[in-house]
Ligand binder design. Structure first.
Ligand code: NAG
Ligand code: NAG
Length: 138
């Protein structure tokens, strides 16, 4: 019985996406070297793109592409919809839905280096030039 419970818990953890708290998100981003002076912009971006949920797949965009995970990363350019890692972040889109946010965090940094925050409509529409989330207690 104990093992069955452990097993179902493991399946549950493996399949279910997670909603991070604001401070959990900040801690995770710090872990992957996100700079402090960008932190509130990143938190705002993630809150507006995915509500801090790791497993969100967006509705199809106008061009038929879709967006994946915390940062809503697009499968047209950045992640591969096959089982083999590919496109510019050399990952599968499924990897970007993991509760381990490493692949998403690394990919989002790559996107940022190329395009800045303007790569994300969530940031342009809800964060640019606006009051940013309070992370003073994180
Ligand atoms: C892409 O990632 C795979 C492992 O996930 C690796 O074997 C491969 O060399 C990588 N390709 C590039 C171009 O970095
Ligand atoms: C849809 C959504 O999550 N909107 C959020 C965008 O960011 C602002 C500032 O953090 C929030 O107040 C909104 O709720």
């Amino acid at each position: 019985m104990k093992y069955i419970l452990l097993f179902t818990t493991a399946i549950f953890l493996a399949c279910e996406g997670r909603q991070l708290s604001r401070c959990e998100l900040v801690r995770e981003l710090r872990k992957y070297g996100y700079p402090e002076n960008q932190m509130r912009d990143w938190v705002c971006l993630v809150e507006n793109e995915s509500s801090r949920r790791t497993d969100v797949i967006g509705k199809p965009n106008r061009d038929g592409s879709r967006d994946y995970g915390l940062f809503q990363i697009n499968d047209r350019y950045w992640c591969s919809n096959t089982n083999a890692p590919g496109k510019d972040c050399n990952v599968t889109c499924k990897q970007l839905l993991s509760n381990n946010i490493r692949d998403s965090a690394v990919c989002a940094q790559k996107i940022y280096r190329r395009h800045g925050f303007n790569a994300w409509y969530g940031w342009i529409n809800h964060c640019r030039g606006r009051p940013l989330p309070d992370i003073a207690s994180c």
